[in-house]
Design a protein around this ligand. Structure first.
Ligand SMILES: [Zn+2]
Ligand SMILES: [Zn+2]
Length: 87
């Protein structure tokens, strides 16, 4: 009886641990950005992808601060980063 109880406790702890890891992975995927070139998960403060060296951020030509390559305008100095695009 005691042995069964112990096995049950161990199984519960084991499953809780697995679910915790699974939730962490799902949570990380929702919050995390992915490299547009290779799909590798990247941190928002990365300048290049650590796997394929895809450029993720560049320097603003006006104020020199790091800006996302997808941004159209610099949030720091309001300069237009992409030219020839309407919208
Ligand atoms: Zn990449
Ligand atoms: Zn700027």
């Amino acid at each position: 009886m005691t042995l069964l109880f112990l096995v049950a406790i161990i199984l519960i702890i084991y499953y809780l641990f697995i679910y915790k890891e699974a939730y962490k992975n799902i949570f990380g995927q929702i919050n995390g950005k992915k490299c547009p070139n290779c799909g590798n998960p990247i941190e928002s403060n990365y300048n290049v992808c650590p796997v394929c060296k895809e450029t993720l951020r560049k320097k603003c030509p006006d104020c020199g601060k790091m800006v996302d390559i997808n941004w159209k305008y610099c949030p720091y100095c309001e300069v237009q980063l992409r030219k020839g695009e309407n919208g």
